[in-house]
Design a protein around this ligand. Structure first.
Ligand SMILES: *Cc1c(COP(=O)(O)O)cnc(C)c1O
Length: 395
């Protein structure tokens, strides 16, 4: 069968987070009581004022194809948002609305990379980056970080990773999976390295911008004057507005990149869903303070899960400053045999937790760092308590 498929798709790794979710569903269907802490999805409902905007859009007869790069009114709302939250001044020709931030990232790789071009990925990185790069014939260049540097790449590490083939640097801040946030000063130090390499384009994935616990302020690479013309700012509504299924993401980019993404999208998906686009106009134009109730709740759960996990011998946790994941180092368990199962790596550990404690997590290998596992705390407090208690029980 396989020999009829392209090498391109055979070489793609399935999304580990979606795979774990599927496995958990399967076990649930067979009667097991699985607690799912693997998926990166808020457990909140989309706020009512956003739902109302979608209902109104249906009633108002929004049902036709939209412009490929998004409704003019939505692009205006995105321009307003970039100015208000990030002090970024984009024009309409620099904005493209896509079917989720995921498609925005895919577009960028497709329009910027030639075969063999290298993309620097500080590890841990978001699960899909490396496969999106590979699908565009690019070469991911992983830069290892550890819990001791709060999972952040230093300017020296960036410099060392750059070769004549380096075309892009991709990162997310706040980071999925580590929750780390690059401060303005840290970004400036990375930008100073990039000064010497004008061919390198930066992709700054800021989808967790609003899920920030107030330690390090959000900063955008494009806000530096010398970086604006070579940075693509990626954002979306999935996480902060609890709108994962609505599938709207967007970019602010140099106009030539935006034009190319528009051209690609025009041959692949056309414009994103019309009703969702109308709802996102409201989501973005309303003040971000309307969603802080969710951030406050995540903050409480973060405190809880850190307390609970730090109480387990062998778990070494960073203190995430944003997003809704913890990324504990679990190397203390490597080489141990627990209830007859030998743990050699993070995948073994995550599988052991699933099969023995009935708790779904994601192996750190999926994010380019095999010393850790990712645990999402976008779940109810009761579930978090039960999950960690089960984990403790089987360790
Ligand atoms: C969830 C996520 C995305 C994808 O967002 P969608 O809008 O759902 O496609 C992109 N980047 C990061 C870091 C994410 O966590």
């Amino acid at each position: 069968m396989n020999n009829k498929l392209s090498e391109r798709i055979i070489n793609v790794t399935p999304s580990a987070t979606l795979e774990m979710a599927a496995k958990a569903r399967e076990l649930r269907a067979s009667g097991k009581n699985i607690i799912g802490l693997s998926l990166g999805e808020p457990d909140f409902n989309t706020p009512d004022y956003i739902k109302e905007a979608a209902i109104q859009a249906i009633k108002d007869g929004y049902n036709s194809y939209t412009p490929v790069d998004g409704y003019v009114e939505l692009k205006d709302a995105i321009i307003t948002k970039f100015k208000r939250d990030n002090d970024l001044t984009y024009g309409p020709s620099q904005i493209v609305v896509s079917t989720g931030a995921k498609q925005a990232l895919y577009n960028i790789a497709q329009v910027v990379l030639n075969k063999g071009d290298e993309v620097v990925l500080p590890c841990p990185y978001w699960v899909s980056y490396s496969d999106i790069v590979k699908l565009a014939d690019g070469v991911p260049v992983e830069v290892a970080t550890s819990i001791d540097s709060d999972f952040k790449m230093t300017p020296q590490q960036l410099e060392a990773a750059i070769t004549p083939k380096t075309k892009m640097l991709w990162y997310s801040s706040p980071c999925n999976p580590s929750g780390s946030i690059y401060s303005k000063e840290e970004l400036r130090a990375l930008a100073d390295v990039l000064k010497k390499y004008p061919q390198i384009i930066v992709v700054s994935d800021e989808i967790y911008e609003h899920i920030n616990y107030g330690v390090t302020a959000h900063a955008s690479m494009a806000a530096f004057e010398d970086m604006f013309d070579r940075t693509v700012t990626v954002n979306g509504v999935a996480k902060a507005f609890a709108m994962t299924g609505w599938r709207i993401g967007y970019i602010g980019a140099p106009a030539y990149i935006a034009r190319a993404c528009n051209k690609l999208q025009g041959q692949v998906t056309s414009g994103a869903n019309c009703i969702a686009q109308r709802a996102v106009i409201t989501a973005l134009l309303e003040p971000p303070s309307r969603i802080t109730y969710m951030v406050d709740e995540f903050k409480k759960r973060r405190k809880l899960i850190l307390e609970l996990l730090n109480d387990i011998d062998g778990f070494k946790c960073n203190e995430p400053e944003g997003a809704f994941y913890v990324y504990p180092d679990i190397t203390a368990f490597f080489g141990k045999t627990l209830n007859g199962t030998t743990i050699n790596n993070a995948s073994d550990f995550s599988m052991y937790l699933l099969e023995t404690a009935n708790v779904a997590t994601v192996t750190g290998d999926a994010f380019g760092n095999g010393n850790c596992i990712r645990i999402s705390y976008a779940a109810a407090e009761k579930e978090l308590r039960e999950a960690v208690s089960r984990i403790k029980g089987v360790l």
